[in-house]
Design a binder for this molecule. Structure first.
Ligand code: RP5
Length: 169
């Protein structure tokens, strides 16, 4: 099944389970900050492996430029998608209620064999936000407006820290 949004957005956020949505909401919100409404799908490398393969094989044709894939436990989702596409895949390892605090997902996402990279970000919410920013950085290579938004974002981030530091002086 092809999501309606896949034809009109450059970013897909794929989660392994609806239980991953809570944390990945911050990824979706961060993309929204940059004006990107992603296609969001629940696809499992283990429970719906054929759909995972089909999704990855057709993503580029459907206008997707970057895939963000988030999963917990033995998190093979990002790798399984990367195996079937030449698009950049960003992997977000998540903490699952019955997992090993995200270290299981981190190693499963990160330790890809040579030839099939997954750009793996931090575990959990920090990684979810960073995945969005990294996706925007990739898109900004060929999009000046996004590049300007990223520069503003960095400045605003710096300003916040400077203000907090000043408040302590
Ligand atoms: C992974 O297993 C999912 O990404 C999720 O983080 C974890 C547990 O899934 P549920 O049992 O909550 O559906 O595939």
């Amino acid at each position: 099944m092809v999501s309606k949004k896949e034809k009109s957005t450059p970013v897909a956020v794929v989660i392994g389970s609806d239980s991953d949505m809570d944390v990945m909401q911050s990824c979706i919100e961060q993309l929204g900050y940059f004006g990107i409404e992603p296609a969001v799908r629940i696809i499992s490398a283990h429970r719906t492996p054929q759909i995972a393969a089909e999704f990855a094989q057709t993503a580029a044709k459907n206008g997707i430029q970057v895939i963000i894939a988030a999963a917990g436990m033995a998190a093979h989702l990002a790798g399984a998608l990367a195996a079937k596409t030449t698009l950049p895949v960003i992997g977000v390892p998540l903490i699952s209620s019955s997992g090993l605090e995200g270290v299981d997902a981190l190693l499963s996402t990160l330790q890809m064999p040579p030839g099939v990279p997954v750009a793996t970000v931090a575990i959990g919410k920090a990684g979810a936000k960073n995945a969005a920013i990294l996706a925007v950085q990739i898109l900004a290579l060929s999009d000046n407006k996004l590049s300007e938004k990223l520069a503003d974002f960095k400045k605003a981030q710096e300003k916040k820290v400077l203000e907090k530091d000043s408040a302590l002086q």
